[in-house]
Design a protein around this ligand. Structure first.
Ligand code: M6R
Length: 365
């Protein structure tokens, strides 16, 4: 039940410190500084032979896959990419023997992802599942995989399933990296940082009232841009999707580096941009993208690391988040975006848990 929250989405947003901890539970080994994912049904030798990783998914799960691919390639030095299942299914994709696939899905019943998986399996691919619903069709038909253990997700808009999918990818990337490039000490730092994420998420959730006030200030806008780069690019896509789904406000997620190639034409006094600009190696680049928007009088809400005075000076409003290692910001930055979408929907009197035209699991093509 809703346990005192106004709706399931709110409850599920606030559950994330616990749901992420559940996903990680028993899967991190501090002594050997690695991840443990027995359900993959693959020996270390088989994992070592993997040359490429491809991820298929839809919607929010695809966004988690984009983060996962980036992380795996960065840490484990294995080429990795994420593709929409609805696209992969109908193209004649090449399956190579040393490639493994992940089908990522909360429900485990999404038709596009299921049929993509069946197509891949027919071609001889090894397809692993990252599923939340135990015993779901994709979980049953996959060659192995990982349950996210986020607990039941009732609201149509996916929130805790997303952060749990991220957590699985962080564990998997660690496991693969430690078999290749990553030292024990770097691995231990990574494990500690990952174990600390639930607590950081709890801290971010304390900004509830501040984010609600921002929603009250901005919810009348007709269009929003959500902008980030690197690992924060998929987070921008996810923030835009959340706002669209439940508030019906038009929002576009873009790479901040891409705005000058078209979307900047949309910017005026009435089109706010939400920037993801944590302290990472792309911060300077994103700051210059913020200045481009500012020069065109676009209002800016910036999600930045606490104490970042330079960003605060450019933005109209900021949502400060605690500092984490730069690879871990997706966990921390998606939380304010979920809350922002939720509070905008509330202001507009929308049915948050059951938005129009949408179903929790999309079992038709
Ligand atoms: O159950 P799945 O993760 O396979 O669902 C995929 C998408 O349908 C889903 O993420 C959808 O985009 C959500 N409504 C997003 O909030």
């Amino acid at each position: 039940e809703k346990e005192g929250f106004a709706c399931f989405m709110e409850k599920e947003i606030f559950e994330q410190p616990e749901s992420i901890a559940r996903t990680l539970s028993g899967r991190l080994d501090l002594e050997y500084a690695t991840g443990k994912l027995g359900g993959l049904n693959m020996t270390s030798r088989e994992l070592l032979a993997v040359k490429r990783i491809k991820i298929v998914a839809a919607g929010t799960s695809w966004h988690a896959g984009l983060v996962g691919a980036y992380l795996i390639e960065t840490l484990a030095r294995i080429p990795a990419s994420a593709e929409l299942s609805s696209e992969l299914r109908y193209r004649n994709s090449v399956v190579e023997p040393d490639t493994i696939y992940f089908a990522v899905t909360q429900s485990g019943e999404t038709a596009d992802t299921l049929y993509a998986m069946r197509e891949l399996k027919r071609k001889g691919a090894r397809v692993l599942g990252i599923c939340n619903v135990v015993g779901s069709t994709i979980a049953r038909e996959s060659d192995g995989g990982v349950y996210t253990h986020a607990g039941p997700e009732i609201a149509v808009a996916s929130t805790k399933a997303f952060t749990s999918q991220l957590a699985v990818f962080y564990v998997f990337a660690l496991l693969m990296a430690r078999m290749r490039d990553m030292s024990v000490s770097a691995g231990q730092r990574f494990v500690k940082e990952l174990q600390g994420i639930p607590e950081k998420v709890r801290e971010v959730l304390k900004q509830r009232d501040h984010i609600q006030a921002l929603a009250k200030k901005y919810y009348k806008a007709r269009d929003f841009l959500f902008l980030g780069r690197g690992l924060e690019y998929p987070v921008a896509l996810e923030g835009a999707l959340k706002l669209k789904e439940i508030s019906y406000i038009h929002a576009e997620g873009y790479s901040a580096g891409e705005i000058k190639h078209g979307p900047i034409a949309l910017v005026n006094e009435e089109t706010p941009s939400v920037f993801l600009v944590p302290r990472d190696y792309l911060r300077e680049k994103v700051i210059s993208n913020m200045k481009e928007i500012k020069a065109r009088k676009g209002p800016i809400i910036a999600l930045c690391t606490e104490g970042d005075a330079e960003v605060a000076a450019i933005a109209d409003d900021i949502i400060p988040v605690p500092a984490v290692d730069e690879l871990f910001y997706p966990f921390i930055l998606i939380i304010p975006l979920q809350l922002f979408a939720y509070f905008c929907a509330l202001e507009l009197g929308r049915d948050v848990d059951q938005p129009r035209n949408l179903a929790k699991s999309v079992t038709v093509e």
